[in-house]
Design a protein around this ligand. Structure first.
Ligand SMILES: NC(=O)c1ccc[n+]([C@@H]2O[C@H](COP(=O)([O-])OP(=O)(O)OC[C@H]3O[C@@H](n4cnc5c(N)ncnc54)[C@H](OP(=O)(O)O)[C@@H]3O)[C@@H](O)[C@H]2O)c1
Length: 247
């Protein structure tokens, strides 16, 4: 039987690349996002040269937390079950260092963290009952320290990392794998206007890194791996020194 996956935030960038990779690996994949036309194009592309259908698009806004259960149930019915969920939906508003915009910050937390908790809770309940399944949350190296550039974005990702760890501690004894992905800078529509992208990779390389972490049943994975030693050093820098570095 084909494995079944849902990628929340699957219309673009890392999520769309992962939909393509999972379909190539023989998964049936549901891609969830707001933009119908883009989802349709992605599914057409994925389904074009395969014998049986591999990709389905589901239009949903993750800030509609009330509507998540119905969308999740519809996906499980369409795919005839679920083995894997990847939450990669996210926004990263580009703001300058003097901006304190609570509306924008709230939106960032709603999409990156509340949406993730809503969707991953639904999967957690289901996977615990079936005593199998893999849950993947896409965080960021930005969640490892509080840098001056994007306070709410960093907080949303730090919150997600902590939530993922707690989920892992709850579910590992029930046969469920919980994986935190921390991508470094990646060339996607999200980062089109970002000037400095050290060690940047393409979305397809990021999707390959996520797929490998799923195959290895990893816990926390930096993508690419080079960010693990870098962030280990950066996390060890005392706050008082980190502040003076102005990054
Ligand atoms: N690119 C990087 O350098 C980088 C680095 C570290 C971590 N990340 C993380 O990786 C993840 C993917 O980022 P990306 O670079 O691939 O960005 P992207 O190309 O902008 O893709 C973001 C995805 O999130 C979906 N999304 C956004 N708001 C949504 C909403 N309200 N409801 C449903 N879906 C929503 C978008 O779909 P619609 O617009 O169609 O709804 C899209 O599919 C994000 O969580 C990001 O924080 C990225």
């Amino acid at each position: 039987m084909l494995k079944r996956a849902v990628v929340v935030g699957g219309s673009s960038g890392i999520g769309a690349a992962l939909v393509r990779r999972l379909a190539r690996e023989g998964y049936k994949v549901a891609a969830v996002a707001r933009r119908q036309e883009i989802l349709d194009d992605l599914c057409d592309e994925v389904n074009r040269d395969v014998e049986s259908r591999r990709a389905w698009g589901f239009v949903h806004d993750v800030t509609d937390t009330e509507g998540a259960q119905a969308c999740f149930d519809e996906i499980c019915t369409t795919l005839d079950g679920l083995d894997l969920i990847v939450y990669t939906a996210g926004i990263m508003p580009i703001i300058d260092e003097d901006t304190y915009d609570s509306t924008l910050d709230r939106r960032t937390i709603e999409v990156n963290l509340i949406g993730a908790i809503t969707w991953l809770n639904l999967a957690a309940e289901r996977f615990k009952l079936q005593e199998s399944g893999t849950i993947v949350g896409v965080g960021s190296v930005a969640g490892d320290r509080g840098r001056v550039g994007q306070p709410a974005y960093a907080a949303s990702k730090a919150g997600l990392h902590t939530y993922m760890e707690a989920l892992r501690n709850r579910l590992s004894k029930h046969g469920v794998t919980v994986i935190t992905i921390k991508p470094g800078p990646t060339r996607t529509p999200m980062t089109r206007e970002v000037d400095k992208m050290p060690l940047a990779i393409d979305a397809s390389d990021s999707a390959d890194g996520i797929f490998n972490a799923i195959a290895r049943r990893s816990t926390t994975t930096y993508v690419p791996f080079v960010w693990w030693p870098i962030m280990t050093v950066i996390q060890a820098i005392p706050s008082v020194i980190f502040r003076r570095m102005g990054i």
